[in-house]
Design a protein around this ligand. Structure first.
Ligand code: SF4
Length: 336
């Protein structure tokens, strides 16, 4: 499989820095108890790169494998196959102390801040625990770092002694982001970080993330089912369908000239959410097929209005639409 974009691996080739994150043919199959050798093909050969300081958006419907990518990138689950490097680290083969150190560099922000925090622990204690686990600073220094971080994420000192039940969802997400940043990561994986929040909180948290990204020079993978979120934040966007990337492009290029029928449908439904206006023929029919039994050929052919015999017989490889714009569709040139 062709690596998505920005694949230069040596700065000497063209003077550019190599990508900070390189995933190549990542595969994650989950065995299904009681079904013999059958597996859920959650991630099925994903290649992508993220430049240092870049924000890459990863979008797709629930169940397409986005969260599994987050878990692979943070080593919360083992890959079935493939390669993954973050900075200098060969993530998939790290063990012991090296893996523990790597966990400081790569931090995950979950969707639900309520479940990310222990309800019996005060906020300050929850934020200090990872510092303690990584043996950072003395007790007084850790304490000072937490107060400093509370301020940085827009919370006053009184939050140190509060319990999660005394905070709103938006405040808790600020705590979770601050707790992650205390470890001074260089790569943040955000898995639907605002989907549990209401609209006004959502914008505040997204603005906070962008502000922190600029201040700390973070590289970010922003996972969302909501195209408005990735449009707001991301430099490039990858669209995922049933375990595969089907299109990847610069943010503006993707919205100006989407090529994959699935991307077009996602954009049409996000416009429907925003404006109430839509082109009905662009919207998606049916549900995502089961990753336990994905269709042959193009994975999207069971829902695609333009599917031909070729589509159900053979899976398209990536085609280059323009610089850094790739699409996986046999007929993209004919679809306008
Ligand atoms: Fe649709 Fe065929 Fe393109 Fe797949 S390859 S997206 S089925 S037109």
């Amino acid at each position: 499989m062709q690596l998505a974009v920005r694949t230069q691996t040596s700065p000497s080739v063209d003077g550019k820095k190599p990508p900070y994150v390189i995933a190549k043919d990542l595969v994650k199959y989950y065995p299904v108890p009681g079904l013999g050798h059958r597996t859920v093909k959650s991630v099925d050969g994903v290649s992508l790169t993220i430049g240092e300081g870049e924000v890459l958006g990863l979008v797709g419907e629930s169940g397409c494998g986005k969260s599994t990518i987050a878990r692979l990138m943070t080593r919360l689950t083992h890959a079935t196959n493939g390669e993954l490097t973050i900075g200098e680290h060969d993530i998939l083969h790290m063990e012991g102390e090296a893996l523990r150190r790597m966990r400081r560099v790569v931090q995950l922000i979950f969707q639900d801040p309520y479940s990310a925090l222990d309800p019996r622990m005060r906020i300050g204690q929850s934020m200090e625990t990872p510092l303690e686990q990584h043996r950072i600073g003395t007790r007084d220094e850790r304490n000072a770092l937490v107060y400093q971080m509370l301020e940085e994420v827009g919370l006053d000192a009184s939050f140190y002694d509060r319990y999660p039940s005394q905070c709103s969802g938006g405040q808790l997400q600020r705590v979770v982001i601050g707790r992650a940043l205390l470890l001074k990561p260089s790569f943040l994986v955000c898995d639907e970080p605002t989907s549990a929040l209401d609209a006004s909180m959502r914008t505040q948290i997204l603005n906070l993330l962008m502000d922190l990204k600029r201040r700390h020079g973070l590289t970010i993978l922003m996972i969302s089912h909501d195209l408005r979120v990735v449009r707001y934040l991301c430099d490039r966007i990858a669209v995922m369908y049933l375990g595969r990337i089907v299109e990847i492009a610069d943010r503006d290029e993707l919205f100006r000239a989407p090529k994959h029928p699935y991307t077009k449908a996602l954009i049409a439904s996000s416009m429907l959410d925003e404006t109430g206006l839509h082109a009905p023929e662009m919207l998606l029919d049916g549900d995502l097929p089961s990753p336990l039994n994905p269709p042959d050929g193009c994975k999207f052919h069971t829902r695609c209005k333009y599917a031909t015999e070729r589509c159900s017989a053979s899976e398209p490889e990536f085609s280059t639409v323009a610089d850094e714009h790739l699409v996986r569709c046999h007929h993209w040139r004919d679809l306008g």
